[in-house]
Write a protein that binds this ligand. Structure first.
Ligand code: COA
Length: 253
């Protein structure tokens, strides 16, 4: 019998704040710049940081979040799939990787909670920005069905100037999710256990060359509650509207 590694995937709580900041700091790199304390705290409060931890306690092994990019008073909501890190403990998983799993769960959690616009005329967009030399991430983001965003909104350039001191142009690939991305995420996550609440994956460990099994118990009530809605969406393609980010920002009066 191959060894089985048990993990939990859940939304971070306020009590996880320090642990998450430490995790981001430990993995700070040009591909994954650590977010500010305010972003970490606000995103935890919104329930939008997912963490992966051993079922019997121990250090975080992976994380994935949606950071809010648009101002709260904008008509459009734009969130960024970000803060993605998969450590060696959960690297090289098949048939889908840890990052694909987290991207998919983050997207499903988002549409489960807020697919229906809260205000009339409000639009809903999820994007991802990946360094153009980050092959691992590009592969995962494209495999989960994110679309290339070729027409980048001007207002992104403001943040780019702040973060990088320049317009970053071709150094980063931009992507957005649409209903097809959700369909793809469901088609990848459903057969590995989404409806049962436990995702089962495996790998051959790079070091030992041994086959290993991985079980990820989902403590994600928003997704559990939406399973029927997702099943219906898979049959009819109706009910989920995700758009490319707007080219200009407009604000509520
Ligand atoms: C991009 C990333 C999230 C992709 O994750 P993934 O596809 O789920 O996992 P990977 O196959 O890349 O493996 C993650 C780790 O496990 C290791 N690994 C891969 N296959 C393995 C295997 N079969 N056995 C043991 N370890 C393995 C990798 O070497 C890597 O370790 P390292 O980061 O210390 O070098 C991940 O590589 C990462 O966290 N990179 C740094 C941060 C980053 O780029 N984030 C994305 C920003 S858009």
């Amino acid at each position: 019998m191959p060894p089985i590694h048990d993990f939990i995937i859940r939304s971070a709580q306020p009590s996880d704040f320090k642990r998450i900041c430490d995790f981001y700091l430990a993995h700070n790199s040009p591909a994954l710049p650590a977010p500010s304390a305010k972003i970490v705290g606000d995103t935890i409060a919104d329930g939008k940081i997912l963490i992966v931890e051993p079922a019997h306690g121990g250090a975080l092994v992976a994380s994935g979040a949606i950071f809010e990019l648009s101002p709260k008073t904008a008509v459009a909501y734009v969130g960024e799939l970000a803060g993605m890190r998969a450590t060696r403990e959960v690297g090289g998983l098949k048939p889908i990787t840890m990052q694909m799993t987290l991207l998919g769960l983050r997207l499903l959690g988002h549409v489960a909670g807020s697919a229906i616009p809260a205000r009339s005329g409000m639009t809903n967009s999820i994007i991802a920005i990946v360094k153009s030399d980050n092959q691992a991430s590009i592969k995962n983001v494209e495999h989960i069905g994110m679309r290339r965003l070729l027409n980048r909104p001007d207002w992104f350039e403001y943040d780019e100037q702040l973060w990088n001191g320049a317009i970053i142009a071709d150094d980063w690939n931009h992507y957005y999710a649409d209903a097809g991305t959700i369909e793809r995420a469901l088609s990848l996550l459903w057969p590995v256990g989404l409806p049962t609440g436990t995702i089962e994956l495996q790998r051959v460990d790079k070091g030992s060359q041994q086959l290993e099994q991985f079980r990820f118990v989902l403590e994600l009530p928003d997704i559990k509650v939406a399973l029927r809605e997702f099943e219906n969406f898979r049959k009819t393609g109706a009910g989920i509207e995700l758009l490319p980010p707007p080219l200009t920002l407009t604000f509520r009066a």
